[in-house]
Design a protein around this ligand. Structure first.
Ligand code: ARG
Length: 312
């Protein structure tokens, strides 16, 4: 409680001083649409074209949006929350899923989901701690080892028996990574092939549903599955479309993609997975996600992390 109030107060004071700054600069925040756009630019700072102007706009605009967010968004007091009450939101993920989560240059997990959760955490006054773990252990760890999971996790009925999901935040389909010279072009062509998947994923389920499929090799990390494909140990990998593209960019000459539509795979949706017994945390996360979509921050993160992803 104390901590939260003082954080809000501090944010308010910063907003006032930043607003003052903005007024004296040459780029006043004229209206909230401009402010929103500038904040989106600030979030995706690297994508901004004119750095000087953007910097001035950003200072003014950040203040306006902070003030707006305080006024419009309901504030959530999570101080008594069973999971977030300690001020720390522990987020589980498996960092072999670029650009949603992967191990960055500094050896730490990074990517879209990390950035999204850090933004949600900061808006809720929570410190986000990332726990990189095996994908097939994540659902079972929610509510004990970790508080929530943000890991490109598809919302499925089966998982919903164990956890709650936030509102969907990204659409996906499974697609198939193949050697560049493969003749496979349809689901039927996967018959008899050795297919690599990540254990516990919807890609594994899709593979199990392919009639006549050869061997399904379930491994702990997508990096491994793709490496096995590049090295000829398997014939294909079933993996979500956006990560498929990210891996393709690492091996552009060796691999190709047949997309999920061509393969006849269903559309999936990603959600943040949360403990079943915590509706309040769910509300807080959903409202924050919505506010981020409304003010352009969400799209800026998509632009920065997904549309502009470059393999390292
Ligand atoms: N969307 C798929 C699923 O939910 C794959 C997710 C894999 N995520 C990861 N971080 N490895 O099953």
């Amino acid at each position: 409680m104390m901590k939260k109030n003082s954080a809000v107060l501090l944010a308010g004071m910063m907003a006032v001083s930043l607003a003052a700054c903005g007024e004296s600069s040459e780029a006043p925040a004229e209206n909230s649409a401009a402010a929103t756009a500038a904040v989106a630019a600030a979030t995706a700072a690297e994508t901004s074209a004119d750095e000087t102007t953007a910097a001035a706009d950003t200072t003014a605009a950040a203040a306006v949006t902070t003030a707006d967010a305080d006024a419009a968004a309901p504030t959530f007091d999570l101080s008594a929350d069973p999971y977030a009450g300690d001020g720390v939101l522990t987020v589980g993920l498996n960092a072999t899923f670029p650009p949603f989560e992967y191990v960055g240059d500094d050896g730490n997990p990074t990517g879209f989901d990390v950035a999204m959760m850090q933004e949600i955490g900061s808006r809720l006054g929570l410190t986000v701690e990332i726990e990189d773990m095996d994908f097939d252990g994540i659902v079972g760890a929610i509510g004990n080892k970790i508080d929530v999971a943000a890991t490109g996790m598809t919302i499925t009925d089966e998982r919903k028996e164990a956890v709650n999901f936030s509102d969907p935040y990204y659409d996906a389909t499974q697609s198939v990574l193949l050697p560049a010279d493969s003749a496979a072009a349809s689901k039927e062509d996967l018959a008899g092939l050795t297919v690599g998947v990540q254990a516990g994923t919807t890609g594994e389920m899709v593979a199990e549903g392919v009639e006549g499929i050869g061997e399904i090799v379930s491994v702990k990390s997508f990096n491994q599955a793709v490496l096995d494909l590049v090295n000829g140990k398997n014939d294909a990998v079933i993996i979500d479309a956006v990560p498929a593209k990210a891996f393709l960019s690492q091996y552009p000459d060796a691999l190709k993609i047949v997309d999920g539509e061509t393969m006849g795979f269903d559309v999936e949706q990603y959600g943040i997975a949360m403990p079943k017994d915590d509706a309040e945390l769910g509300d807080a996360i959903n409202s924050t996600l919505k506010a981020m979509k409304d003010d352009g921050t969400y799209d800026a993160l998509v632009e920065q992390w997904i549309n502009n992803y470059e393999a390292e």
